[in-house]
Design a protein around this ligand. Structure first.
Ligand SMILES: C[S@@+](CC[C@H](N)C(=O)[O-])C[C@H]1O[C@@H](n2cnc3c(N)ncnc32)[C@H](O)[C@@H]1O
Length: 206
């Protein structure tokens, strides 16, 4: 199977990152609203990271929020990061293959859209995010469109020739709770006709 970061580097080269941005926008909008309403995040100065940031569009969305002190992005696809830096030369974007990278400092908000299941072990990544990436009181929100209950998505690994770890809604919940997150919410965002919705997980680090 092909490496996901190679595939998405090619996508960025062909401009397909922009279609992804449009396709993911409705879910991300709801995910950010949920996260910012958690633990008074939007009422205090906060720092944020978008994991698997693609061309960096969510980083720039975060930077535009009044109380956001800093937002950075990390992705393993070189062309995605080149594109992010081209659009936003002052922005903080790192190229790195995860999970082998850690932020310099833990932050208040970790966001991730359509990234986790490309990992061989997303359950361990959720634990690392909890233990190493977040400050106490910090919030993690992630969305996945490939999950067991979304039957339309089960063909994607073959269609794309890319590894995807297929977990059920309950397995994602267990991963969040076993990582140590409290007040875990599992919900759907971006629901519309013909789309079951982005499985969205949210939790707080105590
Ligand atoms: C479906 S795209 C989503 C991009 C962006 N979050 C968005 O919503 O437009 C998945 C992203 O995860 C990145 N990715 C996948 N596996 C990765 C890994 N092991 N390390 C770093 N990035 C990875 C890909 O390069 C790609 O940009």
């Amino acid at each position: 199977m092909r490496d996901a970061t190679d595939v998405f580097s090619e996508w960025a080269g062909k401009g397909k990152d922009e279609g992804m941005e449009r396709g993911h926008a409705a879910s991300v909008e709801e995910m950010l609203d949920l996260a910012l309403a958690t633990n008074n995040l939007s009422q205090r100065p906060f720092t944020a990271i978008d994991i698997g940031c693609g061309n960096g569009w969510v980083v720039r969305k975060l930077q535009a929020i009044e109380n956001c002190q800093s937002a950075e992005g990390v992705d393993g696809a070189s062309t995605m990061i080149e594109k992010a830096k081209c659009i936003d030369p002052e922005g903080n974007y790192s190229i790195a293959k995860l999970p082998q990278w850690l932020p310099k400092n833990p932050v208040d908000l970790i966001h991730s859209m359509e990234f986790l299941y490309y990992l061989n072990d997303p359950i361990s990544m959720i634990k690392i995010i909890h233990d190493e990436w977040l400050k106490g009181g910090g919030v993690f929100v992630a969305g996945v469109d490939h999950y067991f209950e979304n039957k339309d998505s089960l063909q994607w690994p073959i269609a794309l020739d890319v590894h995807m770890t297929t977990l059920s809604q309950q397995q994602w919940r267990d991963a969040m709770e076993n990582a140590g997150f409290t007040n875990v919410i599992i919900t759907k965002t971006g629901v519309k006709d013909g789309f079951i919705g982005t499985l969205t997980m949210l939790g707080t680090k105590q």
